[in-house]
Design a binder for this molecule. Structure first.
Ligand SMILES: [Zn+2]
Length: 674
């Protein structure tokens, strides 16, 4: 029988035929695709023709088509809809893929051809798009160690393959802890919880196979529990479980894995001639080096910490007034903060929630994209990997732009968090391909027959992930290597975080925040409160984030710590972490940093991007209209369509005329000293 992963997909927009693919197809398809790709690369490397752009770089870009197809399907389901078989496959695939990639970059004959082209680039008279592909490919090879020989090359290969295995283990341990822990609640234990938390808890209990409601470690359930539960003992229990993910049980303990990862990364950087991993990692980022990152984080840390300390005092007083003695603890913060929000902003999340229907917020996201970029969305009926998935065709002026898929609800088979990935990225060479983009979220699923409701944070996540999707959908570059979100890590969050600003444009909520039962628009005073509350508790949020970013940076900028937990404690003591706030992601569950290399020494990049998104949105404010056509056009022309075809700082200056400073960010977070 033919393997559906390896055939030509005769489907609408060449989307993977999910209904024909079974888990048994992945392993043989991967082996066949790897063999095919290896043969393609060997043929390019062994060519006896003198190297040219066409027979080397364009040929590399044209290779690996089957591999791309297999992996795009596999990684989609492994992340969003896993099971034991898929987890076993992932453990099997990760060293194979690492070895394949190492073999590619260690191919001396291939590197020699690229090096020759690089050395003679002046005389090749390449167009800018091709020259950029040469530049990036050459840099990829050098950074991967292509210039290394003998034992050093051998050792680098071992290090990388071990890192890939450790990253997968880290993720799977975390998932095991997140899946394994839950707290069953009796009727008495529901004290203080609003209806929406109770119904989510009942749904979670059902999924866990228990009679009553249960609290799991899903952020969309545990955060509201910590906000509303009047049972301090249960809050503490839940909070302790939540913050000990990755260190709950011996079999799934991530602490030793983290130490080994840090040591291997340091070794890898040194083999490549860098002082440490941060120096290696930041070379290709907009920030450039660790000191620039530290400077930015500390500029934000100081005002954020003062704000958090002032808030800690206020919340502590509220707790005393409740007759509770002792210090405000981390499991108290969200509870008293929610109470204070109600007192000061009189904004009750429970009353707000019926106005934030998922379907209406999706409409808001699409309408914003229509007004800014003239995009249209048409629902598609396609067999996808899970019945929760929905798909739309994206068009402009009647022309096909791409396909957008949304997979919004939390379930046990999905890893936590929210993300955007492309099953296919835009490119024009060597063949025209249009993007297929997925947003995956973990919103609480509604009880059967009821509309899905979001928290304001969820709605922001929806806009955020769609901002990434736009970066893919509007991409208009030649080569996939630098298409869409293939940009510097500290630039990639600019489009997503910028898009969040439109949720705060009053007319968007006025139109799309309608009550689930009555259909009425959100009352004006509630709307004003929502918008004012956007800067609420930013001291806390900034502190938990910046602390994580600093720990990540210091882990990689210097000798690797033998005991990362001790190092983490030392760093937090050094910056004076407030008692009642903890890192947003502590080391044993810091998946951004340890699941892979993506955000290692790069967690700061959300804030780096926020500096830009705050400043970029000011361009619309200066134009006097959040939907100003000329500014939207400039954004698309200079940033959203350009991918990584040009260096990030050049793109930003083309859009804004200058680089941004930190002021717009502090203003946006309400952290500017008054
Ligand atoms: Zn993002």
């Amino acid at each position: 029988m033919t393997n559906p992963l390896l055939t030509t997909w005769d489907t609408p927009f060449d989307i993977a035929p999910f209904d024909q693919i079974s888990d048994d197809d992945f392993a043989p398809a991967l082996d066949a695709a790897l063999a095919e790709n290896r043969a393609e690369i060997d043929a390019i490397a062994a060519s006896d023709e003198a190297p040219t752009f066409e027979n080397t770089l364009a040929a590399i870009a044209a290779s690996g088509e089957a591999l791309d197809k297999v992996l795009s399907v596999f990684f989609t389901v492994a992340g969003a809809d896993s099971n034991e078989t898929r987890e076993a496959l992932q453990r099997e695939f990760s060293p194979k893929l690492a070895a394949h990639s190492s073999e590619f970059y260690a191919n001396k004959a291939l590197f020699q051809r690229i090096q020759t082209l690089w050395d003679t680039r002046e005389s090749l008279e390449l167009e800018a798009d091709d020259a950029r592909l040469l530049e990036l490919t050459h840099r990829d090879f050098v950074r991967a160690g292509a210039a290394l020989e003998g034992t050093e090359a051998e050792r680098l290969k071992e290090v990388k393959s071990r890192l890939a295995v450790l990253g997968t283990q880290f993720t799977q341990n975390l998932l095991a802890d997140e899946r394994g822990w839950f707290m069953e609640l009796s009727e008495d234990d529901l004290a203080g919880l609003p209806d929406f938390v109770i119904s989510s808890a009942r749904a979670a209990g059902k999924e866990k196979g228990v009679a009553g409601p249960a609290i799991t470690l899903s952020r969309s359930l545990i955060v509201p529990f910590l906000q509303y539960s009047t049972r301090r003992d249960l809050r503490e229990k839940a909070w302790r479980a939540w913050t000990s993910r990755g260190e709950m049980a011996e079999a799934t303990d991530n602490r030793a894995i983290a130490a080994e990862i840090l040591a291997l990364r340091d070794e890898r950087a040194k083999l490549l001639g860098y002082e440490n991993f941060a120096a290696y990692k930041l070379e290709t980022e907009m920030a450039g080096n660790a000191q620039n990152v530290r400077d930015l984080l500390m500029q934000v840390w100081k005002p954020a910490k003062s704000q958090a300390e002032a808030d800690e005092w206020v919340l502590g007083q509220m707790m005393k007034n409740d007759g509770v003695n002792g210090a405000l603890e981390p499991w108290d913060w969200r509870f008293y903060s929610e109470k204070r929000r109600k007192q000061e902003h009189d904004l009750d999340e429970t009353a707000l929630k019926p106005y934030l229907q998922l379907d209406r917020m999706i409409e808001a996201v699409f309408d914003t994209a229509h007004r800014l970029f003239e995009l249209n969305f048409r629902p598609l009926d396609l067999p996808l990997y899970h019945p929760d998935c929905r798909a739309w065709e994206v068009t402009r002026g009647g022309e096909h732009v791409g396909v957008f898929i949304g997979d919004y609800f939390a379930r046990g088979s999905k890893r936590s968090g929210a993300w955007c990935s492309a099953m296919r990225s835009q490119a024009k060479k060597p063949r025209v391909q249009t993007p297929i983009v997925i947003n995956v979220c973990n919103f609480a699923a509604p009880p059967e027959g009821e509309p899905a409701l979001l928290s304001y944070d969820d709605a922001r996540t929806l806009f955020h992930e769609f901002g990434h999707a736009l970066h893919q959908l509007l991409s208009d570059v030649s080569w996939e290597r630098y298409s869409g979100t293939s940009v510097a890590r500290d630039f990639v969050e600019l489009p997503s975080q910028l898009y969040e600003h439109w949720l705060e444009v009053p007319e968007v909520l006025q139109r799309f925040a309608t009550h689930a039962e009555t259909g009425e628009a959100m009352p004006q005073d509630m709307l004003e409160k929502v918008l004012k509350a956007a800067t609420y508790d930013q001291g806390f949020q900034t502190v938990e984030y910046v602390a994580s970013a600093l720990v990540d940076l210091e882990f990689h900028d210097g000798p690797p710590p033998a005991d990362p937990m001790a190092k983490q404690a030392e760093i937090l003591a050094g910056i004076g972490m407030p008692h009642a706030v903890v890192m947003r992601h502590a080391t044993p569950h810091f998946a951004h940093v340890f699941s892979g290399d993506g955000y290692s020494s790069g967690y700061y990049s959300y804030m780096w991007s926020e500096v830009m998104d705050a400043d970029a949105f000011e361009a619309f404010e200066e134009a006097g209209d959040a939907f100003d056509a000329a500014t939207a056009h400039a954004l698309q022309e200079n940033i959203l369509s350009k991918g990584g075809s040009v260096e990030a700082d050049t793109l930003y200056i083309a859009f804004r005329g200058r680089l941004p400073g930190v002021e717009a960010l502090l203003k946006g977070r309400g952290l500017l000293p008054v």
